[in-house]
Design a protein around this ligand. Sequence first.
Ligand SMILES: C[S@@+](CC[C@H](N)C(=O)[O-])C[C@H]1O[C@@H](n2cnc3c(N)ncnc32)[C@H](O)[C@@H]1O
Length: 341
Amino acid sequence: MARKLTGILKNEGGGEPVAARIEDYERRYGGEAPDGPGARKADYRHFENSYYDLVTDFFEYGWGQSFHFAPRAENESFAASLARHEHHIALRLGLGPGMAAVDLGCGVGGPLIEIARFSGARITGVNNNALQLERAARRSEEAGLGHLADWLHCDFMQVDAPDASFDAAYSIEASCCAPDKEGVYAEAFRLLRPGGRLAVYEYCLTGRFDDADPGHRRLKAGMEHGGSLPDIARPHEVDAAVRNVGFELVEARDLAAEAPPGIPWYQPLAGSGLSFARVRSSAAGRRLTHGSLWLLERLRVVPRGTTRVSGLLNHAASCLAEAGRLGIFTPMYFFLARKPE
Ligand SMILES: C[S@@+](CC[C@H](N)C(=O)[O-])C[C@H]1O[C@@H](n2cnc3c(N)ncnc32)[C@H](O)[C@@H]1O
């Protein structure tokens, strides 16, 4: 564990010191930022990029190479639950050999590699974060799947690919980073051939979220600030945006609400009832990591500012876990949409 921890933020992109970057992130986009979502939406490229440069090592350390949640059955491993969530997308899109798909906001490529291996489809990963994309490309080669994976370093609001160049598109917990839903869904619409399908796991507030409740608002702000989310949407806003850009909405439902009895998506962040293998993401494990980083930062083993990034993520994780427990937020509002022929 110590060896991996000591590597955190050693190779972070950009060049500016970590302490300056986290300071800038907090000042511009923190909960107290004067215009809240305004700055996060207006500067979304900088907002997302500086965040992911800072947090990618933490995500890989505490979670793995698939940066998303999943519902988990009682006797299912964490890794199997993530893969099942990814296979669900592939199945609903009908992906198979000879098809071309695009992954909007592909992270370090965990889901893309799994879906390409599972389906045999050729997939293009889109990401505006160079650090993540470089790791994704390397891993697809290491996995022997380079022939099924292409990588595009660009904004998913403006993808460098011709109209109608894909049979299918998907986005896993990434369109939540878009400054506006219609912008990212319209880009998916443009990229799809007529009859092509889009499948998305979207972040949403549920019907239980009460805007008048200061506790709920505090949790929303914590998730947005610590998760680089401009403004978490509601399901009806998502549905309207999908239809407004021209899609037929085939299906839309909250998979968290209908998950069979088991381990809810937020449990790895909360911590009880977990295997030793998941201890790093739990509340106790995060406290241990935070304390170790504090020491390593003082010993100058990790860059100055690393503990502050850890604090930001810990706060976001607590807010996510609490919002999940209260049922006011879901990271798996699933929709399937079709571009008319
Ligand atoms: C929570 S991560 C999910 C990554 C991946 N889908 C997964 O499940 O592992 C969100 C991803 O969206 C990417 N992203 C955010 N805004 C973006 C934008 N405007 N254009 C392209 N990618 C973006 C981030 O760099 C990050 O890789």
